[in-house]
Design a protein around this ligand. Structure first.
Ligand code: ZN
Length: 484
């Protein structure tokens, strides 16, 4: 049932990066029908005086594949202004069926997954990548450390082709994880070629974000240069003390590639701590000495999710070890044994200077990399967008507000092929967030991460209101976004 809503006298940040301007914005059904000079506040309409209206934020880097069905209201995202999520990141997707590092690849084809998401009716729009790791595991198994043979190569290509036919936005890789780390240049090129032919995007969680960061950037750029694929470097960072300061060289490598015409961009979450599988950190030998994660101590690892032992969540491995009367090293092994791939930890791994340098680079957009699950998820899951807008833009002055909004809306829509989204203009979908630019801020901490951010006044997805007064409304108007 179409219904007209008018936002009066609001400061519009239209997603393009142009400065905010005062206007009235009218929506009818699922679309914006007019953006025009303000005629004053009319009774019964939204008085936007002093408030900002932006396109709904597009979270380009999520692991919400299953969460959008388990928790379709998806307050972790909508309460921070997110109206669309891209799933299937870091090489791991819900299809095809295989054993993969997050264990959620249960669908024969991406179309099967998307159909199930559609019937769960989530509050957010959902677009999906197909995961290289998932595809490789489906064809060659999770542990096979060699190049694919001809038949395997063809089978992998067929899976990627099928996913693209089903509407995948592109392909992701997770080259730090099994089985992605077994993939060499040629394998990635063969698959990226298919993605490029469909005008998809290739996102990559690179092989090494620490000491070998620059080599990993070059490896990623080589794949794009060989195929012409649009390259998106996921959660760009310099991880581990040994790597601090390497972001300057990483961004310079990106600039140099862009200057010679390589289509490379990146995304980032606005925190100095990361979050990943404990298994990954232990497996890399990080507790035993210098590693891809540098050298970490049990006191540096905070348990975010341990579904089998939720009493561990929110505590460091050092503290849990003290309780159990064992060494921290021993406790880490016990936790991995008990929880396997379900255990996520938070790890202090980045320098503030590096985070600040990356956030300002013109080819960098915002993506949360939030990992739903457990009682103490990294606060990026609930707070990424208010933190960029309130902390880094308004309080620290690193980005103009219009620029910050652009990096979470128009820039993302362009990159991932979202038609008529990420923009406030006549004819675009009415995915909108109304917020107070003076008060918007993240409120989540590492020990209390699931709070509601401040300053978000309302969120609309396809013209329907999904957030009001800091709460989800229960309306779930998200749609599937397929690559056209
Ligand atoms: Zn990742």
């Amino acid at each position: 049932m179409p219904k007209i809503t008018r936002f009066c006298n609001v400061t519009v940040f239209d997603g393009s990066g142009r400065p905010g301007f005062t206007a009235d914005v009218e929506i009818d059904g699922d679309r914006i029908v007019s953006v025009g000079p303000s005629t004053g506040v009319e009774a019964g309409e939204f008085d936007g005086t002093g408030l900002a209206l932006a396109p709904g934020f597009i979270d380009v880097h999520t692991h919400d594949d299953i969460a959008v069905m388990v928790d379709p209201d998806h307050g972790c995202k909508t309460l921070q202004g997110v109206t669309s999520v891209v799933v299937g990141n870091c090489g791991m997707s819900a299809a095809p069926v295989s054993d993969d590092p997050l264990g959620f690849s249960r669908y024969p084809r991406l179309a099967d997954y998307l159909r199930e998401v559609e019937s769960a009716r989530p509050a957010v729009n959902v677009g999906a990548l197909v995961g290289h790791g998932t595809v490789r595991a489906a064809v060659m198994g999770l542990k096979t450390d060699r190049e694919p043979n001809y038949r395997e190569r063809e089978a992998m290509i067929q899976h990627v082709v099928a996913a693209l036919e089903d509407g995948a936005l592109g392909m992701s890789s997770g080259l730090a994880y099994e089985p992605g780390r077994f993939a060499a240049h040629d394998e990635l090129v063969d698959l990226a070629e298919v993605v490029a032919a469909a005008s998809g995007v290739y996102t990559t969680h690179m092989r090494d974000e620490g000491r070998d960061l620059i080599a990993s950037i070059e490896e990623s750029i080589d794949v794009s240069e060989a195929t012409g694929v649009a390259l998106q470097i996921s959660h760009l960072k310099a991880s581990g003390r040994d790597a601090w300061g390497k972001t300057a060289a990483a961004l310079a490598a990106i600039d140099t590639a862009r200057e010679r015409g390589v289509d490379v961009m990146a995304d980032q979450y606005p925190y100095t701590r990361g979050s990943t599988l404990l298994e990954q950190i232990v497996g890399a030998g990080a507790l035993d000495g210098p590693s891809a994660f540098a050298h970490v101590q049990p006191k540096d690892l905070l348990i975010a999710a341990a579904p089998g032992n939720p009493h561990w969540e929110g505590h460091t491995i050092e503290a849990i070890a003290a309780d159990e009367g064992v060494t921290g090293r021993e406790m880490a092994d016990r936790i991995v044994e008990a929880e396997g791939r379900s255990c996520f930890v938070i790890i202090d791994s980045m320098s503030e200077d590096d985070v600040r340098e990356v956030i300002q680079h013109p080819a960098v957009m915002t993506g949360s990399d939030g990992v739903p699950g457990g009682s103490r998820p990294h606060p990026r899951l609930h707070h990424t967008y208010p933190r960029v807008l309130g902390h880094y833009s308004r309080d620290e002055g690193l980005l103009e507000l219009a620029d910050a909004v652009h990096r979470m809306t128009g820039m993302c829509a362009d990159r991932f092929g979202f038609e008529d989204r990420g923009a406030i203009r006549k004819g675009a979908f009415a995915d909108l967030v109304l917020f107070d630019p003076n008060t918007i801020i993240d409120t989540g901490t590492y020990t209390d991460p699931t709070t509601v951010p401040e300053g978000i006044r309302g969120v609309w997805v396809n013209g329907e209101r999904v957030v009001a007064n800091g709460e989800v409304t229960g309306t779930r108007s998200g749609r599937i976004i397929r690559r056209p």
